[in-house]
Design a protein around this ligand. Structure first.
Ligand code: NAD
Length: 411
């Protein structure tokens, strides 16, 4: 905050979200009973453009969580310098306990509840935890019905057949890959000599593994919620993805549940590792791409990587951050690393507004330019002010928001 040179009054104004919208949405369940659910939309800051942020369906989604995530979205869009603010939404529900019809009903009810608060130039939602392109399609449809408008830009993360953008499904990993490539080149490392460990093999982790494997990095360990596998000589993520699809787990080539083919593992020189052990393996680059708060004061000291690339949101606790900094481990923060997703959402929004349809290479080229520019800006700030990359990313983002707020006379 001291880098922003704000008065106390300005700081207070800056730290408060612009709007906290809370509603109770009600649907009729398949059995005819009524279900009432708390729903939120927190609009943190729109000095730089329309609010932008996902909607999550989760039993723990509450005002505080949504508020914190909305603030992070404002920082993230500012770090990559796309013309959006930050917001977040949520419904407090476990969607796994609902039928598909009921999930559609809560999605449409959410849009009706917040129809006056969202819009292509006001606030543009997107998928988040437990929400997906189908849900975005229902939401766009409900918004267009309620407002009697054609509004493909009201929401992003839509299916390709209904206003989505090519490259959105791979965007987060691709953006993180561009950042890592830039860092590796600047440090003078050779990708072929770098060993990578990835925690999480979902949308982001699996695509990242594929990108890195293709560029010659050696992926030595990969995990999912069932645990992981370690192979000192390198793993093939394409093969792992094939077996995961078939068996549901990254060690599916060797194990069925807890029963493993030890001979085959020995032959391929691989072994099973727990998710805790995985983080502490010898490697050059550690990529948390699953859950938050996995690197803590308990294990930070045992991390051997030179670089921690945060694809997951909030994988490192503040205590662990301080330990990693002392160990001179470079942590590339989530607000920079995983901003490729919201960046391609911006491309989708632009396409929705203009009626244009971008090609895959247009998306890829523009994503690369934006991610590398953001990396360079953060790196410059870090070196100039002797900050960690996380501190520098926050300074870069916050400065841009403050400048826009000042221009508008809000500060
Ligand atoms: P996903 O649901 O597709 O995949 C999550 C992966 O984590 C799965 O492989 C799952 O098995 C694994 N996992 C779950 N529990 C685990 C555990 N205890 N240990 C190890 N692995 C575990 O999710 P995703 O979209 O790949 O997102 C991963 C992370 O990246 C999340 O923190 C998310 O917030 C962040 N992120 C994703 C995007 C995106 O566009 N996908 C954008 C920004 C940030």
């Amino acid at each position: 905050m001291k880098h922003l040179k704000l008065t106390d009054v300005q700081q207070k104004k800056f730290l408060e979200p612009n709007h906290i919208h809370k509603k109770t949405i009600e649907i009729t369940r398949d059995d005819g009973s009524k279900l009432s659910l708390p729903a939120f939309r927190v609009q943190y800051n729109n000095a730089r453009g329309p609010y932008k942020g996902g909607i999550r369906y989760h039993p723990q989604a509450d005002e505080d969580e949504v508020k914190a995530l909305a603030a992070l979205m404002a920082i993230k869009t500012a770090v990559v310098n796309i013309p959006f603010g930050g917001s977040k939404g949520g419904i407090q529900v476990n969607p796994k306990e609902l039928s598909k019809k009921e999930v559609e009903a809560i999605s449409r009810a959410y849009v009706r509840a917040f129809v006056d608060n969202i819009g292509p130039d006001i606030d543009v939602p997107a998928p988040d935890v437990n929400t997906n392109p189908d849900i975005m399609a229902w939401m766009r449809d409900e918004y267009e019905k309620a407002t009697e408008t054609y509004a493909p830009a009201v929401i992003t993360g839509k299916p390709l057949s209904y206003g989505g953008s090519v490259g959105r499904d791979t965007a987060t990993a691709r953006g993180a890959f561009f950042i890592l490539q830039e860092l590796v080149e600047r440090e003078g490392f050779d990708p072929k000599e770098l060993r990578v460990v990835i925690q999480g093999f979902g949308n982001a982790g699996a695509h990242m593994a594929e990108n890195l494997h293709g560029a010659g990095y050696t992926i030595v360990a990969i995990s999912d919620s069932h645990g992981g596998i370690y192979g000192e000589e390198g793993l093939d993520p394409v093969r792992i993805a094939k077996y995961k699809k078939k068996t549901g787990s990254v060690s599916g080539e060797y194990c069925e549940g807890s029963v493993c083919d030890i001979e085959k593992m020995k032959m391929d020189n691989v072994r099973q590792v727990s998710n805790e052990e995985l983080l502490e393996l010898p490697c050059d680059i550690l990529i948390p791409a699953a859950l938050d708060s996995v690197i803590t004061e308990k294990n930070a000291d045992k991390i051997h990587a030179k670089i921690v690339l945060e694809i997951a949101n909030g994988p490192t606790t503040p205590e662990a951050d301080a330990i990693l900094d002392k160990k001179k481990i470079k942590v590339v923060p989530d607000v920079l690393t995983n901003a490729g997703g919201v960046t391609v959402s911006y491309f989708e929004w632009s396409q929705g507004k203009s009626g244009e349809q971008w090609t895959e290479s247009q998306v890829d080229d523009e994503l690369k330019r934006i991610m590398i520019d953001a990396y360079r800006e953060v790196s410059r700030e870090a070196h100039r002010e002797k900050l960690t990359y996380r501190q520098a990313a926050f300074v870069v983002g916050l400065k841009r928001i403050v400048e826009a707020m000042k221009v508008r006379g809000w500060l």
